[in-house]
Design a binder for this molecule. Structure first.
Ligand SMILES: Cc1ncc(COP(=O)(O)O)c(C=O)c1O
Length: 393
């Protein structure tokens, strides 16, 4: 089913990327739990090591379980190939390093996942790569920021934690004229709700830990691109050399999780719409950030570029950090935890948890207030999630 676009999304999550029968006619693919692969003879070794054969050498470079996951993800994101990584951060940092060299610069949106922000603002400058933080919802600001040394525009849409929606198509048009690569972190939407490569992005990255897994039992990452040569280079010059390889067992769990991605995303979103409506009407809630709300700033762009609005919501409680602490401590059903995309509803306070890497003045400047709470709406009955929030408020 390689890049066979005639099947629907749910079918591709189950069958996509398969290259034939499984050993012993097993319904499910085996976990190839092996570090190395045996060559038939020196000629065979020569063929494989020089990429003249697709056979396997060593799991840090490739493995059949990983290849199946990569092929399936490439189909789901309409790419020509994918690379699996040990974590979302391994995918993101490898992709950034693959395009950048000293004296280049990178433009990023104001709000990013905390560790991505740290890579950009702390690690890259050590290698003389400058960064520019821009409000990418304002395309004029982007145009002004671009200069002759800009190599990458990197952002999340919807962004973590405040669900900012960035117009991927418009950003890609601006970048294309100047030969700048557009890299989109699609973790919040998942390939079910959004396909950035179809909107003009060059590379899409995922924390597969989240919706792709869906069950909170794997840490993993994936990068997908339209350019097959780039994927080959990302895999063998970066993933394989930095060594951030995914384990075959995790790839197998992700293949299992993917089978229900569409089913889960539909239910996640259904629940999130109910939760967002509840929060919007609650007197103790100051603001609700959810792209599905008609009066949310990015709603119209989200409607255009996404197939739905997802299940991540942030909201501000009337009060400060002390009130937020009281609120989260009263929560019974939802779990106080970082991460997202699991069956369980997860709740967290970005300013002191996922985004504590941001300096305080930047948290304030970018609107990540002490009274902000982020909720990853799970798959429980939505009435129970709402009842839990209500009693805690
Ligand atoms: C939007 C986003 N990107 C990337 C990451 C990093 O992924 P991982 O924890 O799999 O390294 C996260 C983690 O929360 C995230 O929320």
């Amino acid at each position: 089913m390689n890049n066979n676009k005639k099947y629907g999304f749910d079918t591709r999550t189950i069958h996509g990327g398969s290259t034939g029968k499984n050993p012993n006619n097993a319904l499910n693919p085996p976990i190839f739990q092996t570090s190395t692969f045996v060559f038939d003879n020196i000629d065979h070794a020569e063929q494989v090591m020089s990429f003249k054969s697709d056979d396997y050498v060593y799991t840090r470079g490739n493995n059949p379980t990983l290849r199946l996951l990569e092929n399936r993800m490439a189909e789901l994101e309409y790419g020509k190939g994918a690379v699996a990584f040990s974590s979302g951060m391994a995918a993101i940092s490898s992709v950034l390093f693959s395009f950048l060299k000293p004296n280049d610069n990178i433009i990023v949106h104001r709000t990013l996942y905390g560790s991505s922000y740290s890579v950009v603002t702390k690690l890259l400058p050590k290698y003389n790569v400058e960064y520019k933080i821009v409000d990418l919802t304002n395309l004029e600001e982007l145009k002004t920021a671009i200069d002759g040394k800009t190599k990458i525009i990197y952002f999340e849409s919807p962004s973590n934690p405040n669900l900012a929606i960035i117009n991927i198509k418009r950003v890609a048009q601006i970048a294309k004229d100047k030969n700048i690569k557009v890299i989109v972190d699609n973790t919040f939407a998942s390939p079910y709700f959004q396909n950035p490569l179809l909107l003009g992005a060059d590379v899409v990255v995922h924390s597969a830990t989240k919706y792709i897994c869906g069950h909170g039992d794997v840490v993993g990452g994936v990068a997908v691109a339209k350019d097959k040569d780039y994927i080959q280079s990302l895999k063998f010059d970066y993933m394989c050399e930095f060594g951030g390889v995914m384990s075959p067992f995790n790839a197998w769990l992700l293949l299992r999780g993917l089978k229900t991605l569409g089913l889960r995303m539909r239910q996640h979103e259904k629940n999130a719409i109910e939760v967002a409506k509840f929060l919007k009407n609650h007197p103790k809630i100051e603001s609700v950030m959810y792209p599905g709300l008609e009066d949310f700033k990015g709603h119209d762009i989200a409607k255009e570029q996404m197939n739905g609005f997802g299940a991540m919501i942030s909201f501000e409680i009337d009060g400060g950090l002390e009130d937020v602490k009281k609120f989260v401590e009263k929560i019974k059903l939802a779990q106080l935890a970082v991460s997202l995309g699991d069956c369980e509803t997860l709740i967290e306070v970005p300013a002191i948890m996922t985004h504590r890497g941001y300096p305080n003045e930047k948290l304030r400047e970018f609107g990540l207030t002490d009274s902000m709470v982020r909720i990853s709406v799970g798959l429980e009955d939505y009435q129970d999630i709402i009842e839990d929030l209500e009693q805690a408020l």
